[in-house]
Design a binder for this molecule. Structure first.
Ligand code: ADP
Length: 500
């Protein structure tokens, strides 16, 4: 591995990382945890500690709930929708000013290529805040005319839910923060956001920008901590009215059970094992790079990763050979190296999980055409891996790997397409799917038949703040983004006025 072209750290990142453990953002201030405990955030490119971070637990969640309630019933309730929109827009502008620092911090903490963070993660997050800034002034109830003639005036209001808890994963810390905060704030809720223990840093930097933008104290609280402690304290808190979670299906199930105590509203964005289907009439100049990006972007640590690649047998050998030669040339390196295509996985735990799947794949009889073995390096590097000789029943074809590993599965029905759709849908997941064909009828037919919350035709991983996103089946429920997310964060009240 050649370690060249490392970016010079932005002075704002250097300044951020100085001065002892990073503090929690509660009630508009940066504070130590009640216990005084800290944990380390580790650079996955070299396994070295970046900085310590204060570790939130139940008492800190209690404090954050107090602060959020005070804001929700106090200052935040007095802020007009247009002012809410202005604050969100201001935050987006500040993020623009701090784009490089945010991108570097994201890369340092998560391992992702800084070029990707700069071009994708941070701009999408900024866009997201701008999109929801626009919604703040457009949330309204309706007048219901069917009561006319009864001397009644009936109308509805869309009111915020109250104090909401949000728990995010480590794969896109800033983008997931934006997905969670944008709709919740536009609709007037107060928030406690918990980052993943692997990647607490960029959201704490964002907290500084939230403070600078001028949101009233306590409207946004950002805490760092672990799932079974701080996370569980959010999920079980009697005065938190809703929990929004993005993460694994396993933890999603736990959250749903634990949230039943006070019947919290729950929305879950969970795992996937998404099918990506290449028909023989595809435009291969788009399908090959699309399939590569579909699985290898963000080191494959993407809930929508196109990890089951169905390729028609007529073109299977060529597609696999082409993808193999591209994947073999991808450059592994630290995220902060400008020339890196594939960074390290996020943590030692993730490295050993993914390595275990590589081992399991070979053990079950699959053949890697490239990659297949983790790198021996202080960081957590796994090369892009393409498996052939895979059957639908193998572990690597069924379970979410969350790493740069794709199984290439041939299919042979073309006229019918029923068989490949049945195989594509034969999973408990249903987050996303891809279809590559130049036949417009087939494209729509397949898109309609796939059991997935998002279907990409002749593209993959396309996202926009205006387009709803979420899962079918065990990939979760509730839709983030677009107007759909407003429903997660508002409740409808009917008002009856007797005019007699
Ligand atoms: P992954 O498997 O991708 O690491 P997880 O689902 O374990 O994802 O974690 C996603 C988020 O959920 C993280 O912020 C983590 O701290 C949190 N989390 C994990 N376990 C729990 C739990 N029991 N209750 C609440 N939050 C949890």
């Amino acid at each position: 591995m050649v370690e060249a072209q490392l970016v010079g750290l932005d002075p704002r990142v250097e300044a951020f990382l100085q001065g002892g453990p990073k503090k929690l953002f509660i009630g508009g201030d940066f504070v130590e945890s009640v216990s005084g405990k800290t944990f380390d955030s580790v650079n996955p490119a070299n396994a070295e500690v970046i900085t310590a971070v204060y570790e939130a637990d139940k008492e800190d969640v209690d404090r954050a709930v107090e602060a959020a309630e005070r804001a929700f019933y106090g200052d935040w309730a007095k802020v007009t929708p247009s002012e809410r929109g202005r604050l969100l827009w201001k935050l987006a502008d500040l993020m623009d000013d701090h784009l490089e620092a945010l991108a570097q911090l994201e890369s340092l903490d998560n391992g992702k290529p800084v070029a990707h963070a700069r071009a994708v993660d941070i701009p999408l997050a900024i866009d997201h805040f701008r999109y929801y800034a626009g919604w703040a002034t457009k949330i309204s109830g309706e007048l219901i005319d069917s009561s006319a003639g009864r001397s009644m005036l009936t109308y509805t209001r869309r009111e915020p839910v109250g104090v909401v808890g949000q728990i995010i994963p480590w794969n896109f810390p800033i983008l997931m923060s934006a997905w969670k905060l944008g709709a919740a704030l536009a609709t007037g809720n107060a928030v406690i956001l918990k980052t993943a223990e692997q990647t607490p840093l960029s959201a704490l930097y964002l907290a500084g920008l939230i403070q600078q933008a001028g949101f009233p104290d306590g409207v946004v609280n950002i805490i760092s901590g672990f799932g079974p402690t701080a996370g569980a304290a959010i999920v079980t808190h009697p005065r938190i009215r809703k929990v929004a979670f993005t993460g694994s299906t396993e933890v999603g199930k736990l959250i749903m059970q634990q949230a039943s105590g006070n019947l919290k509203r729950v929305s879950l964005e969970l795992g996937g094992k998404s099918p990506n289907i290449i028909f023989p009439d595809a435009d291969f100049s788009k399908a090959i790079p699309g399939a590569l990006m579909g699985i290898f972007f963000n080191q494959g640590q993407v809930c929508t990763a196109g990890s089951r690649l169905f390729v028609h047998k007529k073109v299977y050998d060529n597609v696999v050979a082409d993808m193999t030669s591209h994947a073999a040339k991808m450059k592994l390196g630290p995220g902060l190296d400008e020339s890196t295509d594939i960074g390290p996985l996020v943590s030692a735990e993730q490295f050993s999980r993914v390595s275990g799947y590589l081992h399991k794949g070979v053990e079950e009889g699959a053949t890697p055409t490239t990659g297949g073995r983790p790198l021996e390096h202080p960081g957590y590097f796994v090369p892009p891996t393409i498996f052939t000789d895979v059957s639908d029943q193998m572990t690597i074809a069924r379970e979410e790997i969350f790493g740069p590993v794709v199984v290439a599965l041939p299919f042979d029905d073309e006229a019918q397409i029923a068989d490949v759709i049945r195989r594509a849908n034969n999973t408990e997941y249903g987050l996303a799917a891809g279809v590559w064909t130049t036949d417009v009828r087939k494209a729509h037919k397949v898109a309609h038949a796939l059991e997935a919350g998002t279907v990409w035709v002749n593209c993959y991983n396309a996202l926009d703040a205006s387009v709803p996103f979420g899962g079918y089946k065990q990939s979760g429920f509730g839709r983030e983004m677009g107007s759909a997310a407003l429903e997660l964060y508002t409740q409808v009240k009917a008002v009856w006025v007797n005019l007699d």
